[in-house]
Design a protein around this ligand. Structure first.
Ligand code: URA
Length: 446
C-alpha cells in the first residue's frame, strides 16, 4: 500500500493505531524533508491528544534511532554503560558518577545535552571548565573511550537527526510533555551511543517533567521496556525533584560541588544518589555481583582518590584546565556574589525549597537559557547554604547569588527567598530515592 501523509494524519486524528510501516514512513519522510513542519505539527498534536500505545512508541523509537548513525563499540573491551537523567535543578550527578564508574573498570560513553528552561545540562557544566571540549568527532569519541574508559561529549549531527528536528518542533507546538515522545526522544539518542546497558534517573516533582509519582512511574517503565526490547538491560530510579539537588545550582558552582564530592569532602544527597546509580551501573557493567557490592566499590574509589584522578584524566584529555579543579579557588570566571540572609520572620527550620522557582531564578542570573541559541554565563547561579531540615536563624546566610546582572540583584534575591518555606517544627524528611524500576516492574522504593 502507498502511504501518504494525509491518510496518516486522518487516521491518528480519529484515534487509530498506526502500523509500524506507517510510523517508519512518517519519520523517514520528515527527516528527509518530504513531510513539512506544518504536517508534522498536526501529527504531533493528534498523537498527543489521541495517544500512542507501547508498540507505536517502540516503532517510533526505532525509526528515530535509525534516522542516523548507530555507533558500534563492540570492538572495544568491556560492557559499556551510560546513565541518563530526565533533567532537573542542581542535577550535577553525571560529573561525579561517570569518573567513579570508569575508575571501577566499567567503560562509560556519555553523550549529554545542554540545559533548557529551568533545568541544567551536563554539557554547560563541563564547558564551565576552561578549555573543555565537548565537540568531539566520532573517531575521537571512540579513541577517548578506549584510552580513558570514559568520554563526555555532546550530541553529534550523525546521532538521531529525526529527534533533533522533532524536538525543536515539539518545543514550539506544546507537545513536549507526552510520554511516548519523551521516551522515544531519550532512548533513540541513548541507543545510538553504542551502549550495552543503561541506568535512568527519572526525576519526579515540581522541578521535573513528571510532577507526580504515577506519571514518573509510567515514564520510567516505558523507558525501561524500550531498553529491554532493544536488548539493552536497563534499570531506572525515580528520584525526588521537588527540591534542588545538593547546594549548587549553576554551571561552575556545580562543577565545584562535584569536585568536593569526588574528593570525598561532601557526603550529602548528591553522593547518596551518585552511589546508588553507580552501584547499578557497576552491576550492569558486570564488575559487581550485587548493587550492595557495587556500592562498596564506588565508595572505595572515592576514598582512595582514583575517581578524582579519573576525572582529572578525562578533563585533561578533552582539553580542559585541571588546575582549576585541583584548586577551585583559582577559578577566575565566577560572577560577583551577593549574600541573601534568612528573613526576620522566618525563625525555625527550612521546610521546603521549590526547585522550579530556584531553577527559573538561576536562569535569570545568567546560568541557563530560555532559547537553544542563548549563551550561558558559566560563573552565574545560586548556592543554597540551607536545605530542608536545617535550622534557620534570622540574619544567618540563606543563599549566595552569583550574577553579572547588577540591576536585577534585588529582584533575584527576593525570588530566591520566595522559593523557601520555613516552619517552627523540624520538618519531615523528604525521600530522595523514591522507586526502583526494572523490567520486572516497580520493585521497591528506598
Ligand atoms: N529529554 C530528551 O532528550 N527528550 C525529551 O523529549 C525530553 C527530555
Amino acid at each position: 500500500m502507498t502511504l501518504n501523509i494525509l491518510d496518516l494524519l486522518i487516521a491518528k486524528r480519529d484515534g487509530e493505531t498506526l502500523s509500524a510501516e506507517a510510523i517508519q514512513w512518517l519519520i523517514d519522510a520528515y527527516t528527509h524533508g518530504h513531510v513539512t513542519d506544518y504536517q508534522m505539527s498536526a501529527f504531533l498534536m493528534a498523537a498527543f491528544i489521541r495517544g500512542m500505545n507501547d508498540a507505536e512508541t517502540q516503532t517510533l523509537t526505532r525509526a528515530m534511532l535509525y534516522s542516523g548513525e548507530v555507533l558500534d563499540l563492540s570492538d572495544l573491551p568491556g560492557i559499556k554503560v551510560d546513565k541518563h537523567s530526565t533533567g532537573g535543578v542542581g542535577d550535577k550527578i553525571s560529573l561525579p558518577l561517570a569518573p567513579i564508574v570508569a575508575a571501577c573498570g566499567v567503560p562509560v560513553p556519555m553523550i549529554s545535552g545542554r540545559g533548557l528552561g529551568h533545568s541544567g545540562g551536563t554539557l554547560d557544566k563541563l564547558e564551565a571548565i576552561p578549555g573543555f571540549n565537548v565537540n568531539l568527532s566520532i573517531p575521537e569519541y571512540r579513541r577517548q573511550l578506549q584510552q580513558n574508559g570514559l568520554v563526555l561529549i555532546g550530541q553529534t549531527p550523525e546521532i538521531a537527526p529525526a529527534d533533533r528536528k522533532l524536538y525543536a518542533l515539539r518545543d514550539v507546538t506544546g507537545t513536549v510533555p507526552f510520554i511516548p515522545f519523551i521516551a522515544s526522544s531519550i532512548m533513540s539518542k541513548k541507543l545510538a551511543e553504542g551502549i550495552d546497558a543503561l541506568v535512568l534517573d527519572v526525576k519526579c516533582g515540581r522541578g521535573a517533567f513528571m510532577q507526580t509519582v504515577p506519571e514518573a512511574e509510567k515514564l520510567a517503565q516505558t523507558l525501561v521496556e524500550i531498553g529491554e526490547a532493544f536488548g539493552k538491560p536497563t534499570v531506572g530510579w525515580i528520584t525526588n525533584m521537588n527540591v534542588p539537588l545538593g547546594q549548587a545550582v549553576g554551571n561552575w558552582l556545580e562543577v565545584e560541588e562535584s569536585v568536593r564530592c569526588l574528593k570525598g569532602e561532601e557526603v550529602s544527597e548528591v553522593m547518596e544518589l551518585t552511589y546508588t546509580l553507580a552501584s547499578e551501573m557497576l552491576c550492569l557493567g558486570g564488575v559487581a555481583e550485587t548493587p550492595e557490592k557495587g556500592l562498596v566499590m564506588a565508595r572505595e574509589v572515592v576514598e582512595n582518590g582514583k575517581a578524582f584522578e579519573k576525572f582529572l584524566q578525562i578533563v585533561q584529555s578533552q582539553g580542559g584546565d585541571i588546575g582549576v579543579l585541583e584548586n577551585t579557588s583559582s577559578y577566575t570566571q565566577l560572577a560577583p556574589a551577593y549574600e541573601i540572609f534568612v528573613p526576620d520572620s522566618a525563625e525555625g527550620y527550612v521546610h521546603d525549597i521549590d526547585a522550579l522557582v530556584v531553577g527559573k531564578t538561576a536562569v535569570l542570573t545568567g546560568a541557563g537559557r530560555m532559547k537553544k541559541e542563548d549563551p550561558v554565563d558559566p560563573g552565574a547561579g545560586i548556592f543554597l547554604h540551607l536545605k530542608p531540615g536545617d535550622e534557620a536563624k534570622a540574619g544567618s546566610r540563606l543563599a549566595t547569588l552569583y550574577t553579572q546582572k547588577t540591576s536585577e540583584v534585588e529582584a533575584l534575591k527576593q525570588a530566591v527567598v520566595a522559593a523557601f518555606q520555613f516552619g517552627e517544627e523540624v520538618p519531615e524528611h523528604q525521600t530522595l530515592l523514591m522507586k526502583r524500576v526494572t523490567g520486572k516492574g516497580v520493585v521497591r522504593g528506598s
